[in-house]
Design a binder for this molecule. Structure first.
Ligand code: CA
Length: 224
């Protein structure tokens, strides 16, 4: 059965962004737009993980976190707009397990969600395989045919996303949304640049191409 994630976030744009992304990853998602509704939702249908915004109208995120904590051991990932050490410490003091600073790219968030869920079920597969490619989620090691490949953070995130969705056509907009985040605006060729970097690393020993261009749509991880 799909794991259930409760998102407590009052900003509709971010709530939608999270619902879309998490649903696509196969989670069952509920959204609450304030703290009271979030606590009620958590009681009515206990989630496997809570994504909780710190800045909420009424009952704030810290308080919601404390009350959730008092009620059980559900993993809590906090969203904080303030990139200050004091807020992070306060968030973790109130019982959050981890936090992500806004604005964040979805891949950043999903990596933390998966890490938190893994703690409660440690048997999850840590290594993804496609053709002669392997990617270890925990150590972030990538190899092709046994050859070690060094990737930057964004290159790794992009390849990780491809490897979670092999053979699917992934539209450009989705890749921007997922790797660069909801605040990424305007026309850009940064995706093409990163695809070029990735291909050159993955094909450094003249291996066949694995990231294919789907003209007019996006890209797909598949063999030629
Ligand atoms: Ca907020």
């Amino acid at each position: 059965m799909a794991e259930h994630i409760l998102v407590i976030e009052d900003e509709q744009k971010i709530a939608d962004f999270l619902r879309r992304g998490l649903t696509y990853e196969g989670f069952q998602v509920s959204v609450a737009l304030d703290g009271e509704a979030g606590l009620k939702a958590a009681r009515d249908n206990p989630p496997d993980l809570v994504v909780l915004d710190v800045m909420l109208p009424g009952l704030d995120g810290m308080e919601v976190c404390r009350r959730l904590r008092a009620g059980g051991s559900v993993p809590i990932l906090m969203l904080t707009a303030k990139d200050s050490v004091a807020d992070r410490v306060k968030g973790l003091d109130s019982g959050a397990d981890d936090y992500v600073v806004k604005p964040f790219a979805f891949e950043e968030l999903i990596a933390r969600v998966r890490a938190l869920l893994r703690r409660s079920r440690p048997s999850e597969e840590m290594t993804l395989h496609f053709a002669d490619l392997t990617l270890n989620v925990a150590t972030r090691e990538v190899t092709r045919g046994g050859r070690r490949i060094e990737l930057t953070t964004k290159e790794f995130d992009l390849l990780h996303f491809f490897m979670r969705h092999p053979r699917q056509v992934l539209p450009r907009e989705m890749l921007y949304d997922r790797i660069w985040g909801y605040d990424f605006g305007g026309e850009s060729n940064i995706l093409e640049v990163y695809i070029r970097y990735l291909r050159s690393k993955l094909e450094a020993a003249n291996e066949p191409r694995l990231i294919q261009t789907v003209r007019g749509v996006g890209y797909s991880l598949r063999e030629e």
